[in-house]
Design a protein around this ligand. Structure first.
Ligand SMILES: Cc1ncc(COP(=O)(O)O)c(C=O)c1O
Length: 425
């Protein structure tokens, strides 16, 4: 596939779809249907991934064990519930490039972000600032603002937003480095999205982490739009922590239990403050119900509560698929799909839209964000009416993400054809 040249006609889309070595994976997912029963063109995997057909069986197995065993399922279910989350450690670690003890599934993303901020946002004197992207996801903004206030500081002075330069749409790494050089001693934490949810920009995480650490700042990443989308190497990139949700590219289902990474070097650090709960306590001592908290070494030590088995069961179905296909092959197809989307859109440069996502495939994942200057929301709604599902972010951004596990080159072609018709209407 790699060497094929793109052509604008539908035949090219059909040929590439027929030759796609990963095309069969689409059959492992439930594709939403239009009212007349046709497959939707689903380009919103950056928002909510589709349901693996195997998810139901994984969940039903736990429902059956619950029905048969009640509380005994904690130890005697086919997959006992007390250590259930441990089954997700190895596949999660493979996916985000971590050691198994550096990751855990627990809570949801924003909760995990707060738990990490408790441990890694340690403002002291003049070093009290948090740096985020100017267009960071609102929940992240609320979380960091509230943590700044919680420590008695004022977000007006302690929250620094790094923005693209005027007339540019993505943030330059050298501008982050310049900010660190100028302000580093006053920055307690740098917290960026691995892939920005709005622009689709993938940050140079390793380079940024190194620059921030050199200035003594802690580093965290929100990997919600990166995990399962781009190759991720959290251990080597070396941030102090990362958090992500498992319901976007990772197809764990709405509100799915989330992921959390704590770098190995913090695994046994007794000086880190943390909010504690019994599920983070030493496993041998947990059921002795003693009042002293002894954290499990590694990310598991940040757990609070016993986690949702049903949510983890659905997630396992998807992680098994990721393990089977592997990120390397997915990434190869993803780059090709998104470049094809870009190629088709570029044939019509004067049509009232522009691509704000970086053009370099190394600086983006599956998603392209289109700035649609006229009637964008109406265009997006009309596409949905025709079974083409993208999403809209105010004031003028349409996000389109062909996902390599279940989208085809034909999906991309169908979208572009209809999108161009709609914006001309
Ligand atoms: C980048 C990013 N961060 C945080 C969140 C919030 O996630 P949650 O509701 O799971 O806490 C989202 C949700 O879409 C997101 O896209």
């Amino acid at each position: 596939m790699a060497g094929d040249k793109f052509e604008v006609g539908r035949d090219c889309a059909l040929a590439m779809t027929a030759r796609d070595p990963l095309a069969g994976y689409r059959n492992l997912f439930h594709i939403p249907k239009t009212p007349d029963g046709a497959d939707c063109v689903y380009l919103s995997g950056h928002s909510l991934g589709l349901q693996p057909k195997t998810a139901r069986g994984y969940v039903e197995r736990e429902l059956e064990d619950w029905a048969k065993l009640g509380v005994e399922g904690h130890f005697h279910a086919q997959n006992p519930w007390v250590p259930y989350h441990e089954m997700l450690a190895a596949p999660t670690a493979r996916l985000v490039g971590a050691l198994p003890e550096e990751v855990v599934v627990m809570n949801s993303l924003t909760v995990n972000l707060h738990l990490m901020l408790v441990s890694f946002y340690r403002p002291k004197g003049a070093r009290n600032k948090i740096v985020v992207e100017s267009n960071a996801f609102p929940s992240d903004q609320y979380a960091v603002q509230s943590q700044i206030r919680y420590h008695g500081y004022d977000p007006a002075s302690s929250l620094v937003e790094i923005a693209p330069r005027p007339r540019e749409t993505t943030i330059r790494t050298e501008d982050i480095e310049k900010l660190l050089a100028a302000e580093g001693e006053r920055i307690a934490l740098l917290m960026l999205g691995g892939v920005n949810y709005y622009s689709g920009q993938a940050f140079e995480c390793a380079r940024i982490t190194e620059a921030a650490h050199a200035k003594g700042c802690a580093v965290g990443f929100d990997m919600a739009h990166a995990a399962g989308n781009i190759p991720v190497k959290l251990h080597d990139w070396n941030p102090d922590f990362a958090v992500w949700c498992n319901y976007k590219y990772l197809n764990g289902g709405p509100g799915c239990i989330a992921g959390c990474f704590v770098h190995e070097r913090h695994a046994r650090n007794p000086n880190l403050p943390r909010f504690a709960g019994w599920w983070g306590n030493d496993k041998d001592a947990r059921f002795r119900m003693e009042p002293q908290f002894q954290p499990i070494a590694g990310a598991e030590g940040w757990q609070l509560s016993n986690p949702s088995i049903l949510s983890m069961a659905a997630l396992r179905a998807s992680m098994d698929i990721f393990d089977e296909v592997g990120m390397e092959k997915l990434r190869a197809k993803s780059e090709r799909l998104t470049t094809y989307l870009e190629f088709l859109l570029e044939q019509k440069p004067q049509e009232g839209f522009s691509i704000i996502t970086p053009r370099d495939p190394a600086q983006r994942g599956a998603q392209l964000s289109l700035r649609v200057t006229k009637n964008g929301r109406a265009v997006c709604e009309s596409l949905a009416h025709h079974g083409i599902i993208c999403d809209w972010r105010e004031p003028d951004i349409m996000r389109v993400a062909p996902v390599p596990l279940y989208n085809s080159f034909l999906d991309v072609h169908t979208f572009v054809e209809k999108f161009l018709t709609e914006i001309r209407a």
